[in-house]
Design a protein around this ligand. Structure first.
Ligand SMILES: NC(=O)c1ccc[n+]([C@@H]2O[C@H](COP(=O)([O-])OP(=O)(O)OC[C@H]3O[C@@H](n4cnc5c(N)ncnc54)[C@H](O)[C@@H]3O)[C@@H](O)[C@H]2O)c1
Length: 398
């Protein structure tokens, strides 16, 4: 098997894949569609981070066994096209949660104390010793928009610092600790002095936060966006920062971001006091990168070795033993009545006895993993591939 890992994925991923005799090539940056399609010829496993766009054309013109998104978000991947191609996609939903939370906390304190401005002044030789405008975060209100993995953990750590937490989520989420749920974004914005965005990147969230929402924030509030660049209107934020309505902002994600480290970067938020700009590093710590590398490579390796799809973001989830007794058939099919019966009839007609069978379905797809105790006759495999419902058939063992 061959794997291609793009965008500077942690070497822990190479180690895990190479341990299973998978040949790994790496590239530091992202690739555009044409480059990618060319590079993927003969590649079975692909690892990307957030910059590589996996379009329907990429799936149609390659034959990927599995894709690993070595990050949290997967909206850079056309998941429907991946499913149609029978390619499972894995990500790392929890590996860098803590890193993002710690950066958000650091930035809330830094903005409340004007640390970046004081630091810049002192480097410029100006002794600006003053308490004016500097605040403790203890006792202050924090509003979290999006109470998922990151938002809910931020809630716990912020409470430990003595902050009062309010949150708003489109889904009814369990409030942790003393956090208070708000019924609308408007309600949340009216209650808090610091707003931190942690929503996912679904298309409906583009432009979620613009002039109207900034105007609903309390005067002199602080604002953080460490989720997705498209969620915030930066021109509207710039105007409110310059007018003083927003007292500070920390922005880690941008509507358009440079492709590679070292590329030039321009933003309308540059040069404004008490604005912390970071190059999408919320989740970028050594700890998170190691964990992501290990977690996603582990999923790719397990799928290649056993067919396990647990925590795949697009295919039905099947957990099955590492031990393949003699041979294993992985049959991904359209989820319509009678497929299992037809599959087993083909096996029976070829005198192939089933040791064990696990079926799982998800939406329009079904996935059945079948262990058999005898060799797999080639005509039987051909018949299974030819079943009208078959999306993809893979075998492990002989
Ligand atoms: N800056 C970074 O380096 C970095 C690192 C990791 C994750 N992220 C981003 O952080 C975000 C959150 O990650 P997560 O793991 O917590 O995701 P998650 O899916 O666990 O949580 C997202 C939450 O937002 C809620 N939500 C979605 N749209 C909403 C809306 N319009 N209003 C209110 N709530 C809404 C969802 O119901 C969900 O509870 C993602 O966008 C992810 O891409 C950024």
């Amino acid at each position: 098997m061959r794997a291609l890992l793009l965008e500077n994925i942690h070497p822990e991923a190479n180690r895990l894949l190479e341990e299973r005799s998978i040949e790994v090539s790496t590239a530091r940056g992202a690739m555009d569609e044409d480059e990618l399609i060319e590079a993927l010829q003969g590649v079975d496993l692909l690892g990307i981070r957030s910059k590589t766009q996996l379009t329907a054309r990429v799936f149609a013109e390659t034959r990927l066994t599995a894709v690993g998104a070595f990050c949290i978000g997967t909206n850079q991947i056309d998941l429907d096209a991946a499913s149609r191609a029978g390619t499972p996609v894995f990500n790392a939903p929890f590996s860098n949660t803590r890193s993002v939370v710690e950066l958000a906390i650091a930035e809330i304190i830094a903005m409340a104390r004007h640390l970046t401005d004081k630091n810049a002044s002192l480097h410029a030789g100006v002794w600006d010793k003053s308490a004016k405008g500097s605040h403790e975060v203890r006792g202050r209100t924090l509003g979290i928009v999006g109470y998922g993995n990151i938002g809910s953990q931020l809630s716990v750590v912020a409470e430990a610092l003595g902050m009062q937490v309010y949150f708003y989520d489109v889904v009814d989420k369990l409030a942790l600790g003393n956090a208070r749920r708000c019924d609308s974004l408007e309600e949340l914005l009216s209650k808090v002095e610091t707003v931190s965005l942690h929503v996912d990147g679904r298309p409906g969230n583009a432009g979620l936060f613009g002039a109207e929402q900034f105007d609903q924030m309390r005067p002199r509030s602080l604002f953080l966006n460490l989720c997705r660049g498209i969620v915030v209107d930066h021109e509207a934020l710039r105007e409110r920062l310059l007018s003083g309505h927003i007292a500070g902002a920390a922005v880690d994600v941008f509507p358009t971001e440079p492709k590679s480290a070292g590329d030039p970067f321009v933003s309308s938020l540059q040069g404004i006091p008490n604005v912390i700009l970071t190059p999408h590093v919320g989740g970028s710590t050594e700890e998170a990168q190691i964990d992501i590398g290990r977690f996603v490579a582990g999923k790719l390796r397990d799928y290649a070795a056993t067919g396990a799809t647990v925590m795949s973001v697009n295919l039905p989830s099947v957990q099955i033993d590492d031990q393949v007794p003699h041979a294993r058939i992985l049959h991904l099919h359209r989820n319509v009545p009678g497929v299992l019966a037809r599959l087993n009839t083909v096996l029976g007609n070829h005198q192939v006895n089933i040791d064990r069978q696990v079926l799982s379905t998800r939406g329009e797809l079904g996935y059945v993993v079948t262990d058999v105790a005898s060799p797999l006759p080639a005509p039987m495999i051909e018949e299974l591939v030819a079943l009208p419902e078959t999306v993809r058939l893979t075998t492990i063992g002989c």
